[in-house]
Design a binder for this molecule. Structure first.
Ligand code: GDP
Ligand code: MN
Length: 378
């Protein structure tokens, strides 16, 4: 789960990181009021779950409150990477001397939190990593100890020469690690970490992604969810407890088990088709889940055929068959459905489905081939 800059900044502040103040506006007049309160120059910043807002015109400096209102008017409603801006952060502008990058993420290769710092901040860190990787210093954190004082200094020393700046940055790096761990984050980033002419080090941008599996035990973090930018289908899937990822193809897939779902998608591709989604209905045969799954799949206008692939272990095929029959009574489905069920009670299941007029089989290949052909013909 991604959180907004203003939310990440709240967490960073709570961890002690120096972050300029800021408030959220949803209208130009609110932006005007906030900017008047601060006085002087402010920055108006789009709050969307997308990087590179600056380049897209979503971060604008304003010399006064009137200009802040104008910028807010332009930024609110703007689209950045397909997401509509509904909120802006209004924050006093900092006088910036240098911009550095400081980030920590869960690195699968190292199986541990890993820091990356670079004096080449402000810009796209992916570009720095790709083109000039020698300008990044990395540190793998031992989870038993967390980040140790000398390690914070070693990273900070890569950013600055001045001992005063190094000490401040080392402290911020340690605080960032704590903010990252406390939120159950998979990534926390300050880009840019700036220095000011008076010799202060501050975080003027903040980004954090939370590991979804950490949310159940952190209601305060879970409450930060903003679904406004998420596709309606993914919100519905989460509410129905389905693992769903929308893709670009036209063969809707409804499968039990993540591994089988992946294998099904592979086979769709093997037969020359393109899956419209990944969907794991899990071990459940509950008709409500099947209804939710079918509603989600059919809400995608690209879907031209629907493929069920069910392997009955603990899940009984006859339960799933009843779920499908029940679901299709409750909602009107246009694309043709082909079903493959195998395993526990498959004979009963096939009987139920055939009696209800469905195309049902036990062979995976045959059914996938058929679903791909139907999608192509429709
Ligand atoms: P991003 O483009 O989404 O990463 O948004 P940032 O918050 O990182 O802002 C992009 C750039 O705008 C920064 O790298 C700065 O150069 C500039 N910027 C942001 N805030 C300020 C500020 O308070 N003062 C000044 N002078 N520039 C700023
Ligand atoms: Mn940034």
């Amino acid at each position: 789960m991604d959180i907004h800059e203003y939310q990440a900044k709240e967490r960073f502040r709570a961890a002690g990181i120096p972050v300029p103040p800021g408030e959220i506006a949803t209208t130009p007049d609110e932006a005007y009021a906030i900017a008047s309160k601060y006085g002087g120059m402010v920055v108006v910043k789009a709050q969307v779950h997308a990087g590179g807002r600056g380049k897209a015109g979503g971060v604008k400096l304003a010399k006064d409150a009137t200009e802040a209102r104008e910028h807010a008017g332009n930024i609110l409603g703007m689209e950045i990477k397909g997401l509509t801006v509904e909120k802006v952060l209004v924050t006093p502008a900092e006088d910036i001397q240098t911009e550095a990058y400081v980030g920590v993420l869960v690195d699968r290769n190292n199986q541990a939190a890993t820091f990356m710092v670079s004096a080449e901040g402000g810009v796209d860190i992916e570009a720095v990593a790709a083109e000039t990787p020698h300008l990044i210093r990395k540190l793998v954190v031992d989870p038993r100890y967390g980040i140790l004082p000398h390690q914070g200094l070693w990273l900070a020393n890569y950013l600055y020469d001045d001992p005063g700046l190094i000490k401040q940055a080392a402290k911020i790096i340690t605080q960032l690690y704590h903010a990252f761990i406390d939120a159950g984050a998979s990534m926390a980033e300050i880009n840019p970490l700036v220095t000011t002419p008076s010799g202060e080090v501050k975080a003027i941008d903040a980004k954090m992604s939370i590991d979804d599996s950490e949310l159940f035990r952190r209601p305060d973090v879970a409450a930060m969810r903003d679904s406004s930018g998420e596709p309606a289908s993914e919100i519905k899937a989460r509410e129905a407890n389905l693992s769903y990822v929308k893709l670009d193809g036209n063969v809707g897939c409804c499968v039990n088990g993540a591994g089988l779902a992946m294998a099904t998608m592979d086979l769709v591709k093997y037969y020359g088709g393109e899956p419209a989604n990944f969907l794991d209905i899990g071990g459940s045969s509950n008709p409500d889940k099947v209804v939710a799954a079918l509603e989600i799949i059919t809400s995608d206008p690209k879907v031209k055929s629907i493929l069920f692939n069910i392997f009955g272990g603990i899940t009984r095929c006859d339960d799933v068959a009843n779920g499908i029959v029940e679901a299709t009574k409750r909602i009107d489905i246009k694309p043709p459905i082909v079903i493959r069920l195998t395993g526990t009670n498959e004979e009963v299941a096939l009987e139920i489905l055939k009696n209800a007029g469905f195309d049902a089989y036990t062979s995976m290949d045959a059914v996938v081939e058929k679903a791909v052909a139907l999608a192509g013909a429709n």
